[in-house]
Design a binder for this molecule. Sequence first.
Ligand SMILES: [Fe+2]
Length: 282
Amino acid sequence: MSREVTFIHLTDLHIGDPATDDHLFNNTVDTLRQVLAQVATIEPKPSFLVASGDLTNRGDTESYALLKQVMEATDLPVVYAIGNHDTRDGFYTGMGIEAGPPGAPYFHDRVIDDIHIITLDSSTPGYIGGSIEDEQFEWLASALDTHPELPKLIVSHHPPALGEGPDDAHWRHIAYEHSARLAGLLKGRNIIGILSGHIHHDRVSIWNGVPVVVGMGQHAATDILRADVLRMVRGSSFAIGTIRSSGLSVAFVPLPTDRAELNVYPLEMLRQRAAAVPVAAE
Ligand SMILES: [Fe+2]
């Protein structure tokens, strides 16, 4: 590629109404407005914006309509993925996106400024953990064959499982078996990186040679110093990505925060709600 391409990565927007949603803990509409105002100041202007799932907190149609309205503050092309807090049909209806059959996963691809962006739907309706249906794997295999000359950016709300086998933290990522299948499909392809969220803290991993970028997102942060519970504290960030012929670079932009505690979840509850797909270590 002959020039740099800059993009914005948002995730876990969790749009909702703090006046009626007692599980929101934050005015996410205000946060998103603040982030978009900052994005508008970035020079040179980014090519696109990725919002990698958990677009709303409750998955209700009204929250998507509100998201759509707030996002009018940016004129960048927006690539949406959906996450475990989203509902597929709520997303289609609220965003005014034409859907297939009810409950159909939302996966798609497009090319912007010579970057082939492939978006997966890692949500497992009704569960926390990530999974990818056969239908999507088949589609992904053919999508990867298109635009062979272009670098490919993968978007998936749940990041892939990084470990060597199934584990009891499946609620944090795409099921190990599906992650392994994904790794097989991506092997040898020109994958510039994977953009994810879900775990609510900034993290960069190299997974089978592919950078996996997880954003803290715009809702709340996990306290990564506490491994015995899931402790949520105030915190949000967004990221500015740059793609060069040498590869991907990502800079995180934190928003001011006091890191006040918002809620604490026992890990056992999260493990029980991980997924509908069997996970060996559960
Ligand atoms: Fe989230």
